[in-house]
Design a protein around this ligand. Sequence first.
Ligand code: SAH
Length: 316
Amino acid sequence: MRRIPSLMSSRLEAVLRPWRGRPLHSLARVAFSWWASQCPPSDEPAAASRHGDRDGRVFLVGAGSGDVELLTLKAARLLREADAVVYDRLVGDEILALIPAGRERYYVGKSRGHHSVAQAEIGALLVRLAGEGKRVVRLKGGDPGVFGRMGEELATLDGAGIGREIVPGITAASAACASMGIPLTDRGHAQQLRLITAQQCREGGEPDWPALARRDETLVFYMGLSRVAPICRGLRGAGLPDDWPIMLVANASLPEQEALVGTLADMPERLAAHPLPSPCLIIVGSVVRLAEVRRLVDSEVMHAIEAHREDADIYH
Ligand code: SAH
């Protein structure tokens, strides 16, 4: 049992809370992740003796949306126990720091200007590693079952007779709404939730705009940063009002998170004036109004605090 690191984690967080958002906080968390990765779990055999006569197995694991603390306990344990980790672009350094030194790592994501490793090659790599008797963690950003091409990998593993297990993760939609302080669904706003890939909005493929243009639903578009204008146009064309709320959240759950809140009519212009980086999520629906209300409330609270401070300065 490894109680110390998790205990230390909460202590460390308590100590660092006042520093949250400052450079020292990130630095200390990276240092902590590294330290945690250096302590092998006491009830686990050493890496070298772990495989051999044992059957290999692949764990398709969600890494969550970026914040290392949004990783599940199960994912963290599997990372510590893995013989090999095969990971994607959206998996951050703090999470990779949990992999003990000396374990095999394979990066199969897209690098700047290059294509990602072909899906067939990833499948072949997983089959080879598991065939060598290794415990393999296939680590994907967010939830592996949400636009993560997990289906192809499952089919390859099943075809090769390799044992596998799925470990869900926190998908970007949950993380983005949580960090903006709003629910994904709210009974006064949305009774349905739809996760949509904006990739189908590319040349040739068009989403069914009339089916998406509902007022009782929250729409979340993944992979849509370059498709904001067509999405706004499509939804307005299908009957949603010009002032219907839309929100863009980039780097959700990370310290560098940025968001734009606006309407279907003005969001393309807002984005042009304030470009956001990738990864970015597009959330459409009246729940977004709650983010706007929250922002106003927060700024009023800030005004009140400032005013109070100024009053205090006058009298002291
Ligand atoms: N399996 C992932 C999604 C992979 S598709 C999940 O469940 O979250 C990649 C898309 O996910 C990106 O183009 C972006 O739209 C979204 N995404 C992933 N991480 C994100 C983050 N931290 N902030 C905003 N969007 C994110």
